[in-house]
Write a protein that binds this ligand. Structure first.
Ligand code: HEM
Length: 577
């Protein structure tokens, strides 16, 4: 009887404590809301900045993030308000700064005042752990230092044989698809689309002559994505997902399902979970369960890979031999060991870096390669010119490392790669948040709503700054009146590292500053290897109108067929000179 009474009392106490916890959380939430809606807005300096107005509760997210609208919006807003303006985030109480002024962009990307918003970092940490993508401050600086040696020009050259091998495998698969006339779901979908809906192509006078007999529809984006996944698996941790062969390997499926859930973007429940993580624990939905199961698989297999790699590296160090394994994980382990003990990454953090590289570097590069073939399909003359240039490249190079040097010496290939990265940046934009009040210098004065002319924008702690990567890549101010045209020839006049064309490889696609992309050399080389390996063997023509959709990555979609998921189907045939 006594035991029962104690139990009931404990239960009542527990319920009381839980009630108090819930009440505190609700009060905290209410205070946050009152602050956000009523206390902060009247003192936000951004309210004086010019920019589009709208209803109090209306947001401008589609205008600033939908790639089918942004080229027009950016141009119109710059004309109306100048290069630096503010727009509505979640309503007029959430004013956000956007700027196409390179001085502003450079200040924000280089200053320690600005960080990735905690919401983004929480989401990334949930999926990728303590990887460099989600870190800030000292932890970020140390991780970048450890990662650095794995992404030098030489380190990337050393893993190029994997890229050549996978590009060759893909070539063989496409040859089989063509010779056997294999069909995919796109044949049926495209057959049902009215003929008038096909994209406009520049005509090629020789096309009839070269017109191939066997032509199939291949979802280029899908196949290249499988190949790039394989490449990061092998180059990253010497692990073959065999994704080109079939899509059944357990770690591959775990990563895919996790990235797929990230790609859908956070819905209302995910946003609520960010603020109240307890929801996720008490009420896990199918998505959460799926992510948890994927993480379990990745950690289980990942731990095995990291510990066996670590043993191999230690054995090599003990025998004072040079590191034989050139994969990124071996280089990370080596760099980690040379750090002072207190700053070393744990095995779990090493694995988190690899998940980060897979997340950040696989589909970004895959869509970039797919976009190249898309632009080449739309312009047969450029396609021929590039193929002709590739014919001059010394394919008899002694090794694949020599081939990298030979590829890098091809100016038109380089121009095509940069132009595709400029016109189809896989990352549409990025956001930073001010960690304290700041003054941002402008390259041109701004006239405030009060008619005051200022040379600096006042920013309050907590304000969001939107860096429009695509907007800067499309800026007529930087690229001229034909900024929206795919014209690789524009690159003959642009000198490397010109400040007027900012970013690695002179495009904003990889951004710049301490958080810039670590993998840009990796991607540029992978793009070149795939084009050089595939274009001499295949001819590409458009199959259907392609549109862009922006989730975490800007991906291609078949017009009016969004429900079928990202895809870039092209007509592909064997090329015969
Ligand atoms: C065409 C391909 C790629 C594009 C367009 C791209 C673009 C970007 C951009 C824009 C950022 C900065 C994001 C931000 O500041 O919010 C970034 C960061 C990053 N990228 Fe890439 N990326 C590509 C390929 C890769 C590859 C191949 C890897 C690794 C193998 C990689 C690893 C990373 C990492 C680790 C970061 C975070 C850096 C940091 O915060 O310090 N990326 N990338």
């Amino acid at each position: 009887m006594d035991v029962l009474a104690v139990f009931i009392k404990a239960l009542a106490l527990g319920a009381k404590a839980f009630g108090v916890y819930v009440l505190v959380q609700v009060l905290r939430g209410l205070w946050w809301l009152v602050n956000l809606l009523f206390i902060k807005p009247p003192s936000d300096p951004l309210r004086f900045l010019p920019g589009p107005d709208a209803h109090k509760m209306q947001n401008h997210f589609r205008e600033v993030m939908d790639p089918e609208r942004t080229p027009t919006t950016h141009e119109e807003w710059v004309k109306q308000y100048g290069k630096t303006f503010r727009y509505h985030g979640f309503g007029s109480y959430d004013l956000r700064l956007m700027s196409l002024d390179l001085r502003v962009v450079s200040h924000v990307l280089n200053s320690t005042v600005y960080e990735k918003p905690w919401q983004t970092r929480s989401l990334l940490t949930r999926l990728l752990g303590q990887g460099v993508f989600a870190m800030e401050g000292e932890k970020h600086r140390i991780q970048r230092k450890i990662i650095g040696p794995a992404f030098t020009s030489q380190a990337i050259k050393d893993i190029s044989p994997i890229m050549f091998q996978k590009a060759e495998e893909l070539k063989d698969i496409w040859c089989t698809i063509i010779s056997e006339g294999l069909k995919s779901k796109w044949d049926t979908i495209i057959a049902s689309i009215p003929r008038g809906a096909l994209p406009e192509t520049k005509s090629d006078p020789d096309m009839d002559e070269k017109s191939p007999k066997e032509e199939v529809i291949i979802d280029v984006a899908h196949w290249i994505s499988r190949a790039t996944f394989d490449i990061i698996g092998l180059a990253g941790f010497d692990y073959d997902f065999y994704a080109l062969k079939d899509e059944t390997e357990e770690v591959y499926l775990a990563y895919r399902s996790m990235f797929c859930s990230a790609d859908k973007g956070p819905g209302f429940k995910r946003i609520a979970e960010l603020f109240f993580p307890i929801i996720e624990k008490l009420w896990p939905d199918d998505g959460i369960k799926q992510v948890n199961a994927s993480l379990k698989t990745i950690r289980r297999r990942g731990d095995e890979v990291v510990s066996s790699k670590k043993q191999a590296v230690m054995a090599e160090i003990r025998s004072s031999k040079d590191i034989q394994d050139k994969d990124i994980l071996s280089l990370l382990i080596k760099a980690n060991l040379s750090e002072n003990q207190a700053q070393r990454l744990s095995d779990a953090e090493l694995l988190d870096q690899l998940s980060t590289f897979l997340f950040a570097g696989s589909d970004t590069t895959a869509v970039s390669i797919a976009w190249v073939f898309h632009y080449l399909a739309l312009d047969p003359e450029i396609q021929d010119r590039l193929r002709n240039e590739l014919a001059t490249y010394n394919s008899n190079a002694i090794s694949e490392i020599d081939s990298v040097t030979a590829l890098d010496a091809l100016p038109f290939l380089d121009a095509v790669v940069r132009e595709a990265l400029r016109l189809a940046p896989p990352v549409h934009g990025t956001i930073r948040v001010a960690m304290k009040d700041d003054l941002i210098p402008l390259s041109q004065p701004v006239v405030l709503r009060t008619n005051e002319i200022v040379n600096e924008v006042r920013i309050r702690k907590g304000s969001y700054i939107h860096i429009p990567i695509e907007g800067l890549n499309y800026s007529k101010d930087i690229w001229g009146e034909d900024a929206l045209v795919f014209d690789p020839d524009r690159w003959t006049t642009i000198t490397a590292n010109a400040p007027s064309h900012p970013g690695f490889a002179n495009v904003m696609s990889f951004t710049f500053g301490p958080h810039a992309c670590v993998g840009w050399r990796f991607s540029v080389l992978e793009m070149k290897v795939f084009i050089a390996s595939l274009l001499p063997h295949f001819a590409f023509a458009p199959a259907v109108e392609i549109k862009k959709y922006n989730a975490i990555i800007t991906r291609p979609y078949v017009e009016n067929n969004f429900e079928h998921g990202p895809a870039l189907p092209l007509k592909v045939s064997r090329y015969t000179a």
